[in-house]
Design a protein around this ligand. Structure first.
Ligand code: K7E
Ligand code: CUA
Length: 662
């Protein structure tokens, strides 16, 4: 396919034109003959890679097998998930607590797999919450969200979470500059005086993965978009793309597209650590939630933290530098060696590639073009390795194949373009259908890319799948990159709106995957480790049912003496000790979801009966041939009744019931 375009002059109207996408001329309905064989994973065979895909506005993370494109799991993170009871069960509700109370949704864009020495280590995957600024950590042993930390002073956590080479920090740059939380109520027009852009450095414990806010940098009010850490030669640095350096607060489409160049902010985080040690930090009042899920108790707790350490660049010279970057940069990507930093200006006609060693020289030689809010601005030519000429239109993101090449996604011209980093030459281009956002090469953002494939995550799907009303499935496309030419192999639909994704070899994850939770390690306060321990305990209006489930019955499965308006807690322990045998629990007239209990786990469903009557409950997960028999009854009596509290399984309550003495 040959692409032709006119490099526009950036007037208002051409700007408008640029922000729309074009449809490639070649409709791409033909693919070469061996494509099917390359993505065919025969029944019973497993995929080579796990791919973790952000869910965008569904607030979750999804897991696909690559190259088949098969959806393996949706991991609930920031949004309630009725399928498993995440955010509905008493144990998981605290995960969604914030300084603004319970927030059961978010918008998640970026995936970050943990690394050691710049290579995937298969331990954790991190993801951002954009709307309520948060970072979550998911365990790759359990595929569950283990921790969520909120970020104060941030207006929207887009530029996040990006990790250092040894997963020392996850960074989080605010997309919206806002007044610091303390200042709050000011006129919007006082943007330049009152607004700030905060960069958060979230520390990650080496062994447990536990997160805490190490420090926040108070930077000028711009919009931080994306980021990557330095590595190898540039270890100790972070690079953040910034737009709206015009500092506009209205009609950003026009007003934040005025300048010929915005910035990449280079942050020397090792220096920031030195300043902290030297006592330059200042603790400031703040309020943010830190939510931790404990696998021993199968329960989460939420703690509200009241202060945060901040560093003001004014007290910390030689820590921050601006690199001019053409036209509203979006992606900011660092190559595997750490020497090259690729900026992708959404409205730029070139891809600038910066050199880290040139940047160091320029800093020593003070090759500055003035300052931006007291932060030195480096001279563009002095730090530039070179520009890729006529690469395409609307570059967004770049990943690396580990062979000295980069592949960049182009939203406007709907294509992936492969180019050589050293020579800055375009080597190959393939169309995407349509308007690609992020792209993902397995290991592409690490020091050792695994290569083999690139996956395009497209923003528009028109005419690729059977229509499903006004909203179509999201579209991902898989290409092979191990030959000279990139080759389209497969289209597959995704859920939510995928932004970024990261893939790693299955061998790094599969052997560690937890098969079930050991009952003996269950320290849930309401666990029943065998049917003999099942019981019902009333404490005033609170009723605690210590329930067990095993194929194919609950204990107890008959309960009487519950009254209208009671607060009933079903603490269900799944006694199974085998892989892939969850039981579900649902009860009629509940105002929330089911709970889905993994073997060895305890989960709690809260239920407030509203009417007198006999209320059925049952197992929701088809667990055995007699799954349908896995059901029982709760008798609810009027609030003022004196029906005794009694329960049992396999007995006649009138003859043999266990009775609570309380
Ligand atoms: Cu979709 Cu990374 Cu939020 Cu680009 S971002 S596409
Ligand atoms: Cu247990 Cu179905």
């Amino acid at each position: 396919m040959k692409l032709t375009w006119v490099i526009p002059t950036f007037g208002f109207f051409s700007l408008l034109a640029l922000t729309f996408s074009c449809k490639p001329k070649d409709l791409g309905t033909t693919i070469s003959g061996d494509a099917a064989a390359k993505v065919y994973v025969a029944p019973g065979q497993k995929d080579e890679f796990y791919s973790f895909v952000s869910g965008g506005f569904n607030g979750q993370m999804s897991v696909y097998g690559i190259p088949s494109g098969r959806l393996l799991r949706i991991i609930p993170v920031f949004s309630q998930f009725a399928e498993s009871g995440y955010g509905y069960s008493e144990e998981t509700k605290p995960m969604l607590n914030t300084s603004n109370g319970f927030v059961p949704w978010d918008d998640s864009h970026h995936i970050a797999l943990s690394t050691t020495k710049g290579e995937h280590d298969g331990r954790w995957v991190f993801i951002n919450g954009n709307n309520t600024p948060r970072i979550a950590r998911v365990s790759l042993k359990t595929f569950r969200t283990e921790e969520i930390i909120e970020l104060p002073n941030s207006g929207g956590n887009h530029s996040s979470p990006f990790l250092t080479a040894n997963t020392e920090y996850a960074v989080a740059g605010t997309r919206f500059s806002v007044p610091p939380d303390e200042v709050a109520d000011v006129p919007i027009s006082s943007f330049k005086e009152n607004f700030k852009g905060y960069l958060s450095f979230v520390k990650i414990d080496k062994t447990s993965g536990r997160m805490s806010i190490g420090f926040q940098l108070k930077t000028p009010a711009v919009s931080f978009d994306l980021s990557r850490c330095g590595r190898g030669v540039s270890d100790g640095w972070f690079f953040f793309s910034c737009y709206n350096t015009e500092q506009a607060n209205t009609l950003l489409e026009v007003n934040a597209s005025q300048k010929d160049k915005d910035f990449i902010l280079a942050v020397n985080w090792k220096k920031a650590e030195e300043y902290l040690k030297a006592g330059k930090g200042k603790k400031e009042p703040a309020e943010y939630a830190h939510n931790v899920y404990d696998e021993r108790t199968h329960s989460a707790t939420s703690t509200m933290i009241k202060e945060v350490m901040t560093l003001d660049p004014k007290d910390c010279p030689d820590m921050l530098y601006f690199i001019p970057c053409p036209k509203s940069p979006h992606g900011c990507d660092v190559d595997p060696t750490g020497e090259y930093i690729v900026g992708s200006g959404k409205l730029a006609a070139v891809i600038p590639v910066f050199s880290f060693s040139k940047m160091q020289k320029a800093i020593t030689a003070k090759k500055f073009d003035g300052e931006f809010e007291s932060i030195p601005v480096l001279n563009y030519e002095a730090v530039l390795h070179g520009e890729v000429q006529k690469p395409g239109l609307g570059p967004l993101h770049t990943e690396f194949d580990g062979q000295g090449n980069a592949i960049t996604s182009f939203f406007v011209s709907s294509e992936l373009v492969k180019w050589n980093i050293e020579k800055l030459e375009v080597l190959d281009r393939v169309p995407t259908y349509y308007s690609v956002g992020h792209l993902s090469i397995p290991g592409g953002p690490t020091m050792k890319p695994h290569g083999k494939y690139v996956i395009a995550y497209n923003k528009i799907t028109k005419d690729r799948y059977l229509p499903t009303g006004p909203e179509l499935a999201q579209s991902a496309q898989l290409y092979s990159i191990d030959g000279n030419k990139m080759q389209l192999l497969l289209d597959f639909p995704t859920v939510g709106e995928p932004h970024y994704a990261e893939a790693l070899p299955a061998a790094l994850v599969e052997p560690n995957s937890v098969k079930f939770f050991k009952l003996e390690d269950n320290f849930h306060p309401y666990v029943a480790k065998g049917e003999k321990e099942s019981k019902v305990v009333r404490k005033g209006k609170e009723v605690h049912v210590y329930m067990t489930s095993i194929r194919s019955h609950f204990a107890p499965d008959n309960i009487e003496g519950i009254k209208v308006g009671d607060e009933v807690y079903f603490h269900v322990t799944n006694l199974e000790q085998d892989w892939d045998v969850p039981h579900g629990f649902a009860i009629r007239r509940a105002n929330n979801a089911e709970i889905l209990i993994m073997p060895g786990e305890t989960c709690t469903l809260k239920w407030i009966p509203s009417k007198a009557g006999i209320v059925p409950m049952y197992c929701t997960d088809f667990c055995s041939a007699l799954h349908q028999e896995m059901q029982g009854y709760v008798r609810v009596s009027p609030a003022n009744s004196n029906v005794a509290l009694r329960w049992g399984t396999g007995v006649n309550l009138d003859e043999e019931a266990k009775v609570s003495l309380k």
